[in-house]
Design a protein around this ligand. Structure first.
Ligand code: GLY
Length: 392
């Protein structure tokens, strides 16, 4: 097995070439889509604007975040203008839709306002990110023995979701780590860690796969029921859920240096790698029937980010194994799934929203372009170049 350093060197030219293509494409997209907050594209390959109908959509921070990543690397002011415009559009959400704020404020705001503050020192953005960190902290459900979890979603009259947690939320808690790092007030961090500890206990299975949704006992916090969520079925293994856990536990380790999070991340990483097919193109669910072959490129791109961060902190050979898997996935997806043509708005295709349990591929959003796919693919390529800033 080659070491991390050897692989970094060997893949440098590929990463540089790929970044050039991303930059060429995105420097056109950023101007065209400046007044949009997109999460996908229409039939002509152009970004669809979510505003004003879906102000609280969990993906609304990714386009701005992608522009901040690109601005950080290139210094191109066009990227900055688009990221700032996205935040301006989103700002209305804070005032108007506060009552609908949910667990996904990390995805929505830390990539946008959090990145703005950290890259430009903008104090209004800092305040916005804090407001969201405090809101996220307020979702914590305190159970016996000081355990607990951050509650997912909000109840609706026809759907009383009360004591649920989801594995995705591991990607929201970096907002809390940041709030503690920024203020030296450890309350945010302690709640983030309580949630991550719950995820080790209730979402992580012994084989390294993860449960998407856990229903908890309100008093003890114990798991009373699990749900398959966006995967194939209860007990299956949704690949994006695994990717959220892989990168999410890694981020908890990077922010706290607690080895239990590193161990959890490695457990998921080993499972993810072992379950990738020979072509390195991630399937939607690792325990779904082999046919039809359904991919989720977004899972691969997010997992690659986690693997590359793990590779940096592990001893050379172990790091090399994770680096090798990340590079294989990125190269395979670059060849088969990426569209670098600057005349359309989508880059990483073959993303999938959820497994089509009823066979309706369109309704389930199968093999489509999703904004977080573009975001994570770009983030991973920047990591290979050593030029990303850890936005999480
Ligand atoms: N966080 C929702 C999803 O991964 O689709």
């Amino acid at each position: 097995m080659k070491t991390y350093e050897q692989l970094l060197k060997e893949n440098r030219a590929w990463a540089e070439e790929t970044f050039k293509k991303i930059d060429k494409k995105m420097s056109a997209v950023t101007i065209r889509s400046r007044d949009k907050v997109p999460d996908g594209v229409d039939e002509n390959g152009m970004h669809v604007n979510h505003f004003p109908d879906q102000k609280d959509w969990w993906c609304n921070g990714f386009f701005g975040g992608l522009n901040w990543l690109l601005y950080h690397k290139t210094g191109n002011e066009e990227y900055r203008k688009t990221a700032e415009r996205n935040e301006e559009l989103m700002e209305e959400t804070v005032a108007e839709k506060a009552f609908e704020i949910h667990h996904d404020v990390g995805f929505m705001w830390h990539l946008l306002s959090g990145a703005n503050y950290r890259l430009t020192g903008n104090r209004a953005s800092r305040a916005r990110d804090f407001y969201m960190a405090t809101t996220l902290m307020g979702r914590f459900v305190l159970c016996e023995n000081s355990t607990g979890f951050i509650r997912a979603w909000n109840s609706k009259p026809d759907s009383p979701i009360v004591n649920w947690s989801i594995v995705d939320c591991l990607m929201n808690i970096p907002l809390l780590y940041w709030a503690s790092e920024e203020t030296k007030d450890d309350r945010y961090k302690r709640i983030a860690m309580a949630h991550a500890d719950m995820a080790i206990r209730d979402h992580l299975r012994p084989d390294g796969s993860v449960v998407h949704i856990v229903e908890h006992d309100r008093v003890t916090g114990e798991c009373v029921k699990t749900h398959g969520g966006q995967g194939y079925a209860e007990g299956s293994s949704w690949s994006r859920g695994c990717a959220w856990a892989l990168y999410g536990f890694t981020l908890s380790y990077l922010h706290t240096k607690e080895v239990r999070y590193l161990d959890a991340a490695k457990q998921v990483a080993n499972y993810f790698i072992a379950n990738c097919c020979d072509d390195w193109l991630p399937r939607v669910d690792f325990r779904a029937p082999a046919e039809p072959v359904l991919y989720d490129a977004t899972a691969g791109a997010c997992a690659a980010c986690g693997l590359l961060e793990l590779a940096k902190v592990l001893p050379e050979n172990e790091g090399g194994m994770y680096m090798n898997a990340a590079v294989n996935m990125l190269r395979a997806m670059g060849e088969k799934f990426c569209n670098f043509d600057p005349s359309n708005d989508h880059m990483l295709d073959f993303g999938t929203v959820r497994y089509p349990v009823d066979g309706d591929l369109k309704k389930a959003g199968v093999h489509i372009s999703i904004i977080y796919g573009d975001f994570f693919y770009t983030e991973a390529v920047l990591k290979l170049l050593g030029d990303d800033f850890l936005i999480w």
